[in-house]
Design a protein around this ligand. Structure first.
Ligand SMILES: NC(=O)c1ccc[n+]([C@@H]2O[C@H](COP(=O)([O-])OP(=O)(O)OC[C@H]3O[C@@H](n4cnc5c(N)ncnc54)[C@H](OP(=O)(O)O)[C@@H]3O)[C@@H](O)[C@H]2O)c1
Length: 278
């Protein structure tokens, strides 16, 4: 199997468009807006369907995307991104499946919803699952992809490559773990910023100063990690002098029942929830 990037060259823009986004909320809107901002596709390459479209979808519609076209027009779509909540995907499938062309590629980003369930509800022959992060909106996302078919993997990789990194999973069973580590991951960083800020306040910092210090520190550290070839462990070692202040903090964070154990429990809880949603 070649890399998704080589394979993706075989797909022309024409063979993937129009791109139909079913559910243009936070993530569906971010994907469409991110692709348009990256100039991967023009706004008029998108069909957006959503009873309450988000700001990004409305902006894209003002620039040429078709918003809530008649159901008969959905048959134009060659790529269909299912981006409704996992709780409402069956209802969406009932509404839209009869209108989709069978040779379109269905790409589902719904957490926990399996390809076999999707195949039973949609008539599209090619199905892929993708778990993106919210940073796709600014082409700094990462998308875990899986499909049983080559064309599904290629289409998904081609669609998400302009939005950041693409990680191809070897088996669908890893999708829940990728969701727990990556799809939900941005929330973990924001929770860390909140906790650091609260801890600063507990040590006497003004709330505004603590919030700014926590936020800017994490943004800067993430940017350094992006720019560096070193692993997170190596970067951590670089800023930890033996016997110093950082080492004192890490002895708590990485001690018994510290961050590794907490994160293991958190990710396991996310995996369990993905299985329930599916
Ligand atoms: N947000 C994330 O960080 C993230 C990350 C990875 C994957 N995902 C996946 O992305 C999917 C969407 O999540 P989200 O956070 O973007 O949710 P969201 O903001 O609620 O977006 C879903 C959108 O779908 C609309 N919708 C509901 N039923 C519909 C229907 N029948 N036809 C068309 N649109 C319909 C909703 O409208 P109403 O508001 O009227 O219900 C809403 O605007 C989920 O399956 C989730 O697992 C999300």
């Amino acid at each position: 199997m070649g890399s998704p990037f080589n394979r993706s060259r075989a797909l022309t823009l024409h063979s993937m468009t129009p791109i139909l986004i079913l559910g243009a909320g936070r993530m569906g809107g971010a994907i469409a807006a991110g692709l348009a901002a990256a100039k991967a596709y023009a706004p008029d390459a998108f069909l957006l369907v959503d009873p309450h479209p988000g700001a990004e979808a409305l902006d894209l519609a003002a620039r040429g995307a078709r918003l809530n076209p008649p159901l008969g027009e959905l048959a134009q779509a060659r790529t269909v991104v299912l981006a409704v909540k996992p709780q409402t995907w069956r209802e969406a499938a009932k509404l839209y499946a009869p209108h989709l062309r069978p040779d379109a590629t269905l790409i589902s980003i719904a957490a926990g919803v399996s390809c076999s369930d999707l195949a039973a509800a949609f008539t599209t022959q090619v199905i892929a699952r993708v778990m993106p992060t919210t940073a796709v909106a600014i082409s700094k996302g990462v998308a875990s992809i899986w499909s049983a078919s080559e064309i599904g993997r290629t289409t998904a990789a081609t669609l998400f490559r302009p939005l950041g990194r693409v990680v191809e999973l070897p088996d669908e069973r890893f999708m829940d773990a990728a969701t727990a580590v990556s799809g939900s991951g941005p929330a973990y960083l924001y929770a860390l910023a909140e906790a650091m800020s609260a801890a600063g306040v507990a040590q006497g910092l003004a709330p505004d100063a603590a919030a700014e210090l926590a936020r800017a520190t994490l943004i800067g550290a993430a940017a350094l990690m992006e720019a560096s070839p070193l692993s997170p462990a190596e970067l951590r070692a670089q800023v930890t002098s033996p016997g110093g202040t950082t080492a004192a903090a890490l002895s708590v964070l990485q001690g018994e029942q510290g961050l590794p154990q907490l994160m293991t429990k958190a990710v396991a809880a996310a995996v369990a929830r993905a299985r329930e949603l599916g």
